[in-house]
Design a protein. Structure first.
Length: 432
């Protein structure tokens, strides 16, 4: 089991202010820009944030330690993205396809941020993210109390300052909370779990409730395998049984978890996401409709789409698919399906390694320090399950930016410190 501090520890001297400032820009500035300037998406704010993050994180020798093979793969991905965007534009004549090119500066900004993370002391990284997590939780409570409403947030239907809506807050705080759980002390985990659970029930917010379950699961992986096998089944049975009893008594949750002839818009949006992925995949022969082209043609609408229009009076979440897997598969077809499958395999390998190798780690020394870093970075990828399969908002997402940065940072860290590669890391299948 990973050995770490027993108490909640805060020391502002241990914060890396470049990383902390970058997190502020990514999660706060992008949402603030979106609400204040009433933009159509988070893309503009995220691009502005990426410029600041690049300036804060840039170091000489950007690709140093990344290796020739990985550098070539990264630049090849950039070129492929550019090529696909231009081909889709040439075939469709729709300028919206060219907006995917805006992902290229985000990729380079992610690499800068990844390099900063990979070359920073592990304790500083974890402490910086924990302090930022506390800040997010504080904003969550202030938003719940309604004391931070001002300006355009007062006119926003779901304004939750500094986030544009509750779900964006949930995706942000949940991502970091679950990732940090893999390296948290028991007291830190209890603090995180209680705050997330309380906010999930008081708001109420199903996305936060899902993150609570993931956080508990992540912490359970830290137990020795024999205890894990003995206690996990009865714990899961009891938890699921108690959850169903509670959820059935609360209309907010029961409506969203009812799939039989559902009239709840949130549930229908999720169903619509899977229908869009299925319909566009087979209608295009596995090619997809093209980058950023989802939702631009009425022929793409599904049965759930028409139900949503009847209930809400307009189409909802057609262009973003409702969650990232839907958008990727719908727009890139077989390639998107392969990406999603690769992600699932990576998560399975990460969970397996966390569950079965943590018990052999010893306290102190470089091995433990390296494993904690990689457990945290891998935890980012694991926590992204929610945005990938349940609730997301497209490619221009602070969460996706952070997860991509974590994945790159893990690759850089492996190159710089290849100790015990079997110890809980991402261990993603090779792309080439």
């Amino acid at each position: 089991m990973l050995t770490m501090k027993k108490n909640i520890y805060l020391n502002f001297k241990d914060i890396d202010f470049r990383i902390f400032s970058s997190l502020i820009c990514l999660f706060f500035l992008s949402n603030f820009y979106f609400v204040t300037f009433e933009s159509s998406s988070l893309a503009q704010g995220l691009l502005a944030s990426a410029i600041v993050v690049s300036g804060l994180s840039y170091k000489k020798g950007l690709f140093f330690g990344f290796g020739l093979k990985k550098t070539s793969a990264f630049l090849g991905g950039v070129f492929l993205l550019l090529l696909i965007s231009l081909v889709v534009f040439a075939l469709s004549g729709n300028l919206k396809s060219l907006t995917a090119i805006a992902l290229i500066p985000l990729m380079f900004a992610s690499l800068c941020f990844a390099q900063r993370i990979a070359t920073t002391n592990t304790n500083k990284i974890l402490h910086t993210f924990f302090v930022f997590l506390i800040l997010l939780i504080i904003f969550g409570w202030l938003g719940l109390l309604g004391v931070t409403q001002y300006g355009n947030y007062l006119r926003a239907a779901k304004g939750f300052p500094p986030f544009s809506e509750q779900s964006h807050y949930a995706l942000s705080v949940g991502l970091i909370a679950v990732a940090y759980t893999f390296s948290a002390s028991k007291k830190e985990f209890i603090f995180i779990f209680i705050n997330l659970l309380a906010q999930a029930l008081l708001l109420p917010n199903l996305t936060l409730l899902v993150f609570c379950a993931l956080s508990a699961f992540a912490f359970s992986l830290r137990f020795r395998s024999k205890y894990y096998i003995i206690f996990l089944p009865p714990f899961l049975i009891t938890t699921v049984w108690a959850s169903f009893i509670f959820i059935s008594e609360v209309d907010y949750f029961s409506n969203r978890l009812s799939f039989q002839d559902s009239t709840n818009v949130t549930t229908l949006v999720w169903i619509q996401g899977w229908e869009l992925a299925h319909k566009t995949f087979f209608d295009t022969g596995g090619l997809g409709v093209g980058l950023q082209m989802l939702g631009l043609d009425e022929s793409q609408l599904t049965e759930a789409s028409y139900k949503i229009q009847n209930i809400a009076g307009r189409a909802l979440n057609i262009e973003d698919g409702g969650f990232l897997a839907s958008k990727i598969i719908s727009e890139t077809g077989a390639m998107g399906f392969a990406i999603v499958l690769l992600y699932i395999l990576s998560i399975c390998k990460f969970i397996k390694n966390m569950a079965w190798t943590n018990k052999s780690l010893k306290s102190g020394g470089g091995v433990n320090d390296s494993s904690r870093r990689r457990a945290f970075l891998g935890g980012m990828l694991f926590a992204f399950i929610v945005e990938m399969f349940f609730r997301g908002y497209g490619y221009f997402s602070p969460g996706l930016f952070l997860v991509f940065s974590a994945w790159l940072a893990d690759k850089i860290s492996k190159s710089k410190n290849p100790l015990h590669p079997h110890i809980a890391g991402l261990n993603t299948p090779k792309l080439s």
